[in-house]
Design a protein around this ligand. Structure first.
Ligand SMILES: Nc1ncnc2c1ncn2[C@@H]1O[C@H](COP(=O)(O)OP(=O)(O)OP(=O)(O)O)[C@@H](O)[C@H]1O
Ligand SMILES: [Mg+2]
Length: 229
């Protein structure tokens, strides 16, 4: 059995808006192993993004423990969190979150620039991903000059250019037509076959059921955890 990549133990997260309290994560425990392909499904507002944001160190729980590759990352300073996030986690979103003024290549290279990787290594890695993701002729285009599917491919390239251990995707096909959406899913699945741990939040039953393991979140709790034999 592969080692545990993500171990969440008894995680709670409550949001307070005015005098209202929303328990977005209600005592959630979940282990994701190295190389796993997990989809997270469930109704709108059930806590899927909250769960993914906690996994991706974009949000911290109020209580509970998070071990990432065995290291307790629950209560770290922002600087250390950012450093671990940059090295270990790739994140992609429904609306791509690319930097509008940068070209495809510059967007892809940005995490390497922030990590202090030198120019020739940055170019080598971005060229290889541009080629592999069918973007070689689009390297100088800015996001607004790309199709939705191309934008998401740039976003995936940017997410994996640092060679993270985990790829987390929140509704990655939510803003794409079916064909481009399928291409994105196939690309992520290819990365997973190469060993990348993959966690995908999706509303799309067709995509959700392709994963080896599916969990369903309802009212901040895991109501179903199913592995395809
Ligand atoms: N920053 C926030 N401030 C206040 N409430 C929040 C915040 N983020 C999430 N919530 C609340 O927490 C609950 C879970 O939200 P979350 O975004 O995790 O749901 P979701 O399952 O991703 O929904 P969707 O499928 O619509 O994206 C919701 O009731 C939401 O209103
Ligand atoms: Mg969401």
């Amino acid at each position: 059995m592969q080692h545990a990549m993500i171990q969440l133990q008894d995680i709670c997260r409550t949001f307070v808006v005015g005098d209202q309290e929303v328990r977005a994560m209600d005592h959630v425990s979940l282990t994701v192993r190295q190389g796993e392909y997990l989809s997270i499904m469930g109704p709108s507002g059930s806590g899927k993004s909250t769960l993914l944001n906690i996994m991706g160190l974009l949000d911290t729980p109020d209580s509970g423990t998070y071990l990432l590759e065995g290291k307790d990352v629950t209560r770290l300073q922002d600087k250390e969190l950012a450093s671990i996030r940059n090295r270990k986690i790739g994140f992609i979103f429904q609306f791509f979150h690319l930097i509008p003024r940068l070209t495809a290549r510059q967007n892809i290279e940005l995490p390497l620039l922030l990590a202090g990787v030198g120019k020739s290594e940055r170019q080598k890695r971005s060229s290889s991903l541009l080629e592999r993701f069918g973007l070689a002729t689009r390297s100088h285009h800015r996001p607004e000059e790309l199709s939705g599917g191309q934008r998401q491919r740039v976003a995936i390239a940017r997410a994996v250019v640092t060679r993270p251990a985990v790829l987390l995707a929140d509704e990655p096909t939510g803003n794409l037509d079916r064909e481009s959406g399928n291409e994105i899913v196939e690309l992520m699945e290819e990365l997973n076959r190469d060993g990348l741990t993959l966690v995908v939040v999706t509303h799309d039953q067709n995509i959700g059921t392709r994963a080896r393991r599916t969990i369903e979140v309802v009212d901040g709790r895991i109501s179903l955890d199913k592995v395809v034999p």
